[in-house]
Design a protein around this ligand. Structure first.
Ligand code: C2E
Ligand code: MG
Ligand code: MG
Ligand code: MG
Length: 290
């Protein structure tokens, strides 16, 4: 076998390694089938203004409805396709699906922006903005401003010039950007003012622990301070309790997303949630008590 791999390859035969490659290959193939067999679903998690209770958008989150293994979260399958062309195939599927959902909600009288997570390898493709333009052209009834692309801080920093160029072209199409998991990268602060983003999402790991860990609180407060200085709207991820909500409002962060507000849900459940949400007075009257 070693010989088949080419004359210049020095290959130490390791049956374990070969077996691992085989398993990875099979898992990827299974994901190709999932795309083809319509086993992927988008779930939607609402984003709200905690002061007014206004729903400002939803984030699309991928799920795999596996016939044998049940509903799988992205952490269980995204690593398998990371940095492979499959990641781009998935990304294009997600974007198309989000556009279809925007059309469907539009005819149901629901006008909410959808945030779509874009993987680094997808965003940094040289024809990303061109493909996005083609997608938007296929849905002329959807205002491009209803699509917001969530880009990881680390992705934007990986190749800052390429990211800036692509993001600029997408913005010229009318599409907005959010920077995801903010605070987890390295060059956050220096590049923040350069990045053309309409929303900064404070990473949920800091938000979750900020009430018991003063270091996490310091990071949350610093991000809020910087976002305000650069006049960028910000949103806190991972808002699980009213105490989190109140602490964030007191520090000047008003937009939020988290299990305390709503868990990600199938599109069909959103209309019902939108009706029930304003009745949750403990959450939606925070602006009046603080
Ligand atoms: P993310 O974009 O930072 O999404 C937020 C994650 O936090 C979601 O996990 C969401 O379900 C979870 N979450 C929301 N509120 C809370 C909360 O209050 N507490 C806790 N503990 N968690 C909360 P999920 O759906 O498992 O997604 C994980 C990651 O997978 C996402 O992180 C995103 O990076 C990636 N991902 C999800 N969908 C897609 C997609 O369509 N394309 C790409 N490329 N990546 C995706
Ligand atoms: Mg996200
Ligand atoms: Mg995030
Ligand atoms: Mg994340």
């Amino acid at each position: 076998r070693a010989k088949q791999r080419g004359r210049d390859t020095f290959h130490v035969f390791d049956p374990n390694h070969d077996r691992q490659l085989q398993v990875r290959h099979e898992k990827r193939q299974r994901f190709v089938d999932a795309l083809a067999n319509d086993e992927l679903r988008l779930y939607y998690q609402p984003q709200v203004d905690m002061r007014t209770g206004q729903v400002v958008g939803v984030e699309a989150l991928i799920r795999w409805q596996h016939p044998e293994r049940g509903l799988m979260a992205p952490g269980q399958f995204l690593p398998i396709i990371e940095a492979t062309p499959l990641e781009v195939d998935l990304g294009e599927w997600v974007l198309e699906q989000a556009m279809c959902q925007l059309v469907a909600w539009q005819s149901a009288g629901i006008m909410l922006p959808i945030n779509v997570n874009i993987s680094p390898s997808h965003l940094l493709l040289s024809n990303f903005s061109q493909r996005l333009g083609e997608l938007l052209a296929r849905y002329p009834q959807v205002p491009p401003g209803l699509l917001k692309l969530e880009v990881l801080e680390s992705a934007a920093m990986h190749d800052i010039q390429a990211a800036l160029t692509t993001m600029g072209k997408c913005q010229a199409l009318g599409v907005n950007f959010a920077i995801d998991d903010f605070g987890t990268g390295f060059s956050s602060l220096t590049h923040l003012r350069q990045l053309p983003v309409n929303l900064i999402k404070i990473d949920q790991s800091f938000v979750r622990d900020m009430l018991r860990d003063p270091d996490d609180m310091a990071i949350v407060e610093s991000v809020i301070y910087m976002a305000n200085r650069f006049q960028r709207p910000m949103l806190a991820e991972g808002v699980e309790t009213l105490s989190h909500a109140k602490a964030l409002i007191a520090r000047g962060c008003e937009l939020a997303q988290g299990y305390g507000i709503a868990r990600p849900m199938p599109a069909e459940e959103l209309p019902k949630w939108l009706v029930a949400w304003p009745k949750r007075a403990d959450w939606t009257a925070l602006g009046r008590t603080h």
